[in-house]
Design a protein around this ligand. Structure first.
Ligand code: CNA
Length: 239
């Protein structure tokens, strides 16, 4: 049996699938990831993306933070449409087969595809708030603002995104752990599994159907029961 046939059989037989993904899930929608050859790391910037998308940059180099964030992260995400991977996950959830999508992505594409139980470990570009008075703003407001988006109170409007050097929401993490612990199949897709603590979630899986669908090798390939090094949208369209 080919790997895809095995995966198809496992999915057909399960009603407790959990998906854990990253930026590679959205590259086929036209949003660059961080570490692929055409990802944001390989493009020419004064600093690596992870340096810019950090708490230090938001507070100390606010202009540069928003220039990069709006142009390279928000604008491509708002233009993007979900791809076959996003739609397949939403379909499995509707059929009662998939319990949750746990994502490191901040682009909102799982919800756009119709997924309901989406745990956004790193927050979302769709929500923004004033760092002084807490007033909420939508993403269009942030994108349309000149330079640094400012609240009417004078504060800075920041994204509800977990930046580097910031902590994750422990309620979301604990919920993710509970889903993974109970999962029959854990499918991990489109993530280099190098960003912690998110990548550590894999360790909570107790079953024997750990599936990795990622273009490049990851440090966790050796622990998986099934490894497919292909594009996730293409793989999922065959399921
Ligand atoms: P990453 O470190 O950039 O890794 C992406 C992985 O996906 C790489 O190993 C690629 O080989 C693989 N990949 C790329 N395209 C595909 C594809 N079509 N099919 C299968 N695999 C593919 O990204 P991670 O998510 O692991 O890193 C975590 C960071 C990146 C998170 O904090 C994200 O918020 C952040 N990020 C998010 C987005 C987004 O929301 N779309 C975009 C860029 C970065």
């Amino acid at each position: 049996m080919s790997e895809i046939e095995t995966l198809k059989k496992w999915i057909d037989e399960s009603n407790n699938i959990v998906f854990f993904g990253g930026a590679g899930v959205s590259t086929e929608s036209g949003i660059p990831d961080f570490r692929s050859v055409d990802g944001l790391y390989s493009q020419k910037y004064k600093y690596p993306p992870e340096t810019i998308v950090s708490h230090t940059f938001l507070t100390k180099r606010t202009d540069e933070f928003f220039e990069f964030y709006k142009e390279k992260m928000v604008a491509p995400a708002l233009k993007a449409k979900p791809n076959k991977a996003h739609y397949k996950l939403a379909e499995w959830e509707k059929e009662g087969k998939l319990k949750a999508v746990i994502t490191q992505n901040i682009d909102g594409l799982h919800q756009a595809a119709g997924s309901k139980e989406v745990l956004e470990l790193h927050g979302t570009i769709m929500k923004n708030y004033c760092d002084r008075c807490g007033k909420k703003y939508d993403v269009d407001h942030v994108l349309a603002s000149e330079g640094v988006p400012k609240c009417e109170c004078g504060g800075t409007i920041r994204p509800d995104v977990v930046l580097y050097e910031e902590g994750l929401d422990m309620n979301v993490m604990e919920k993710a752990v509970r889903y993974i612990e109970k999962a029959d199949i854990l499918i991990i897709g489109g993530t280099s599994l190098v960003v912690y603590p998110a990548a550590g979630l894999v360790q909570y899986y107790r079953g024997n159907k750990l599936v990795l669908v990622n273009l490049s090798e990851t440090s966790q390939d050796q622990y998986a029961d099934l490894v497919i090094h292909e594009k996730i949208g293409e793989v999922f369209s065959k399921l």
